[in-house]
Design a binder for this molecule. Structure first.
Ligand code: ASP
Ligand code: MG
Length: 420
């Protein structure tokens, strides 16, 4: 059993979808679970539909949604002949699901509506790819993952009910492989026990694919991407970024933690737990080896560079010069947990404390306000957080030259610098 995951960029138009067909045809007679994201920038487009709807702009929401519909219909026309009409029937169900909601007035939370609307993106893309594969003779079964992935109702960041989902996979997915080699389903979405759609957090399809790999005891999880493999830095920013052929789970978790946009941070745990290798393969050239991520130590890694823009520094100083002990720390963490803020860097001193955070203006304002009861608070925006694993002093110096350093944290293998 293999699990394949194709991201939005791999299914963004009919040519890319044809390439998915070529890749899958390279693995005949292989049992395969295929997890697919929404096409291209569909998730962003559906977020805009949700914004308009929630702002009470019904006509605008419907019009934005029409554009999403048309785009899918256009691609379907290029790809399908005999499977066009059955797909339209399926599409009409999905379209009605959303339009019906858009005609209402919002009475529940933004996050709830977000999930009901945004989940359509993956349903549309997977139905199209499934129809196309059937059209070219690659028989497969499409599944609505909302019948399989049970979650809590923490909309937009829903947590998986692991035992229930495992049972569904066992009872509903596994038997399908007696009839077909290929099952196609959605990443990123799930469903509560009250039949409400949920999403698992942006870019969550990798995580869905990893859960399937775990629950189906897959040999590998292969994530098809528009890169040669994992690189030691973002090739768009660093012309001399190096390709890395092999990594271990720990390294990848660390990279994701520091903000590298390689793989969704939650992806590794379900794989590590069953020792399932993750292979990042090049979508446009499958003959390339890609990057294999596994459990064994990997030596001689190049420095791994992660740059996060739009960082905010929050400086807290106790009002009465009392020490920053356990109580203020635990109060602060409690506030952050409540606001769902994860600090990217934290440094404490006797009577002051610094936090580096992603710039989510609404949340930072709330945190600053809550903290101002016990602390004098200063906020500084527009900073860059540089993290380098396996750094050399030379590289660190080169990358911080001419910058104003606001904060620096260093261990033998990782350095982080917050700078202007
Ligand atoms: N379509 C979702 C997103 O764009 C999930 C994913 O692609 O992983 O965030
Ligand atoms: Mg994606």
């Amino acid at each position: 059993m293999q699990v394949f995951k194709f991201g939005g960029a791999s299914v963004s138009n009919y040519e890319k979808i044809k390439n998915v067909g070529h890749i899958v045809q390279h693995f005949p007679a292989q049992k395969m679970m295929i997890v697919i994201s929404a096409m291209g920038k569909t998730t962003n487009a559906l977020e805009k539909v949700t914004d308009a709807f929630f702002a009470g702009k019904k006509e605008e929401a419907l019009q934005l949604f029409r554009a999403v519909k048309l785009q899918h219909l256009d691609e379907a026309k290029f790809l399908l002949v005999t499977h066009f009409n059955p797909l339209m029937e399926q599409y009409n169900h999905f379209f009605t699901e959303v339009e019906w909601l858009l005609h209402d007035k919002p009475v529940r939370s933004y996050d709830y509506y977000y999930d009901q609307i945004v989940c359509i993106g993956e349903l549309l893309s997977t139905a199209l790819v499934s129809a196309y594969l059937n059209e070219i003779g690659v028989n497969n079964q499409w599944i609505d993952v909302r019948d399989i992935f049970r979650t809590d109702d923490n909309f937009r960041d829903a947590g998986i009910d692991f035992p229930f989902t495992q049972q569904q996979v066992h009872e509903q997915i596994q038997p399908l492989f007696n009839k077909t080699n290929i099952v196609i389903t959605q990443g990123f979405i799930g469903c509560t026990d009250e039949n409400e759609s949920t999403t698992l957090g942006r870019e969550g399809s990798d995580y869905s694919a990893a859960l399937f790999a775990n629950m189906l005891n897959a040999q590998h999880l292969t994530i098809w991407k528009d890169v040669k493999g994992v690189m030691n830095a973002d090739p768009k920013e660093f012309a001399d970024a190096q390709y890395i052929g092999e990594l271990n789970y720990d390294e990848v978790i660390e990279m994701a933690y520091y903000g590298a946009q390689v793989i969704h941070p939650k992806t590794i745990k379900p794989l590590q737990n069953k020792n399932i290798p993750l292979i990042v393969k090049c979508f446009s050239d499958p003959s390339l080896p890609g990057t294999t991520i596994h459990n064994h130590p990997v030596k001689n890694l190049p420095p791994i560079i992660v740059v996060k823009q739009n960082q905010v520094l929050l400086q807290l100083h106790t009002k009465d010069f009392s020490f920053i002990g356990e109580q203020p720390m635990s109060d602060l963490y409690e506030m952050m947990a409540k606001l769902k803020i994860k600090p990217n860097l934290i440094q404490t001193h006797a009577v002051s404390l610094q936090l580096c955070l992603d710039d989510r203006a609404d949340k930072i304002e709330q945190l600053a306000l809550a903290a101002s009861v016990a602390f004098d608070v200063q906020v500084e925006k527009g900073l860059t957080l540089l993290s380098i694993r396996h750094y050399t002093n030379e590289l660190l110096q080169k990358m911080t030259e001419g910058k104003t350093i606001e904060l620096q944290q260093q261990s033998p293998d990782t350095v982080q610098v917050l700078m202007m």
